[in-house]
Design a protein around this ligand. Structure first.
Ligand code: FES
Length: 121
């Protein structure tokens, strides 16, 4: 039974592909409060945004609006993510919809600061 479970687990891992450990997006200290960096995650066709909030906390989201997939932009003045296509507004704290037609929050990624790097997972 143990050998079967081990084989099934190996097959599952092979089908799922390598486990993602995330990617390093910036060095610690590169982004000041209110700064952001664009990157692609979890693959090259998926635009994403890393933001350092005014509080100093890092947050990362998919950059694709949940309405019709236009890229959202970070407005430092508003402290919000803004979709210019149909005036969608999202909280930069947690990606929730604040106004406009987007039906769902922006997908959010975990951010870890370790060994001088800002890593998105
Ligand atoms: S695509 Fe973003 S509000 Fe419509």
């Amino acid at each position: 039974m143990g050998a079967f479970i081990q084989r099934a687990d190996g097959l599952w891992s092979a089908l799922r592909g390598p486990r993602s450990e995330g990617i390093d997006v910036a060095k610690e200290g590169e982004l000041g409060p209110g700064d952001y960096r664009l990157f692609n995650y979890p693959n090259q066709a998926s635009p994403a945004i890393l933001i350092r909030l005014e509080s100093g906390r890092y947050v990362a989201f998919s950059q694709s609006c949940t309405h019709l997939m236009c890229p959202v932009h970070f407005s430092k003045a508003r402290g919000q993510l803004v979709c210019p296509c149909h005036q969608g507004y999202f909280s930069a704290e947690d990606g929730r919809v604040l106004a406009g037609p987007p039906p769902r929050s922006l997908p959010q990624y975990r951010v870890r600061v370790a060994r001088g790097m800002i890593r998105v997972i």
